[in-house]
Design a protein around this ligand. Structure first.
Ligand SMILES: NC(=O)c1ccc[n+]([C@@H]2O[C@H](COP(=O)([O-])OP(=O)(O)OC[C@H]3O[C@@H](n4cnc5c(N)ncnc54)[C@H](OP(=O)(O)O)[C@@H]3O)[C@@H](O)[C@H]2O)c1
Length: 274
């Protein structure tokens, strides 16, 4: 099955609050501004986009653990919503589903209607993305709102190992994808082959995303970097973003600094050419 994706011309003159936010985050030259076409896939897999919130740990950048004490930024929130509005598939880890019993990936906040319209204009289709849950254990709760019926396109796809797949209870909102060895490469190849997927957004934490970076699978990285007070070690995860790793990308937009109530933040995009 291939995702239908006709691409009508965009009205370049139409003022858009989404464009105003994009420009604030990534600058007036950002390639997402204006009459851009939908994202083109790689030859044998979708393009991979990773949006992440980081903070300084020495000279490196470490993942911020999301929780009650983590610094807030409406612009970081927008960056994640923008990725949801662009992609046709969102990838998460099983732990996130267990940690967040309310998660449903709907477009939220005051810009949600604008983002929905932007998605429709950019892709020719405003329908929601699919969600892939990567899980070695296969431990997912079928009554979770994401599976039991929410915004994301049903059924949710569960990528797991063959033995774990046999233990997953069957549910109309869940399609199990058994892999000999579960991993992002296999998931991307499946999405390309079966759904004609073009752009996948990784919303997973460092376990899945740092492996994806190490194996050169990430085509685009959107960074929200908290530059305020140093965060305590307990609020920081792995530190996968060394300067050397960022230097492996071909192009960069930003960084642009924005002062939030929580302190200063910097926003940038980094990408590899197709
Ligand atoms: N700052 C940010 O932007 C950001 C974004 C996301 C998360 N985080 C933070 O990062 C921390 C960890 O988040 P997370 O649990 O989503 O991280 P993760 O380490 O990426 O995901 C872990 C889960 O993914 C599954 N998994 C990992 N590798 C797999 C593979 N090769 N094949 C199949 N499944 C695999 C496992 O599920 P099973 O246990 O079900 O086997 C595992 O529990 C949290 O503190 C969170 O707040 C931060």
């Amino acid at each position: 099955m291939t995702m239908p994706m006709p691409r009508p011309p965009l009205d370049a003159a139409a003022p858009s609050r989404v464009d105003a936010w994009i420009e604030r985050l990534y600058g007036p030259q950002c390639s997402l501004l204006g009459p851009t076409a939908a994202d083109e896939p790689r030859a044998a897999r979708p393009r991979v986009l990773h949006v992440t919130a980081l903070a300084r740990r020495g000279s490196d950048l470490a993942t911020v653990k999301i929780g009650a004490g983590s610094p807030r930024s409406p612009h970081d929130f927008f960056a994640l919503q923008l990725a949801r509005a662009r992609c046709d598939v969102i990838v998460i880890g099983g732990q996130l589903l267990r940690d967040e019993p309310e998660l449903d990936f709907s477009l939220r906040g005051p810009l949600a209607p604008d983002l929905r319209a932007w998605r429709g204009a950019r892709r020719g289709d405003a329908s929601p993305p699919r969600v892939v849950v990567m899980s070695r254990s296969g431990a997912v709760d079928p009554s979770h709102p994401l599976i039991a019926g929410a915004w994301a396109h049903a059924p949710v796809l569960l990528a797991t190992g063959e033995a774990a797949a046999r233990r997953v209870p069957s549910h109309a909102g869940l399609r199990v994808l058994p892999f000999e060895t579960p991993g992002l490469e296999g998931v991307l190849a499946w999405l390309h082959r079966e759904l004609g997927s073009r752009l996948v957004s990784i919303e997973a934490g460092p376990g899945i995303s740092s492996g994806a970076h190490a194996r050169g699978l990430v085509d685009e990285l959107a960074l929200s970097v908290y530059e305020g007070r140093p965060l305590p070690p307990a609020q920081l995860g792995e530190a996968p973003f060394t300067r050397e790793r960022l230097a492996r990308f071909d192009w960069q937009e930003g960084p642009r600094e924005i002062e939030e109530l929580s302190g200063p933040w910097q926003f940038s995009r980094h990408g590899r050419r197709p």
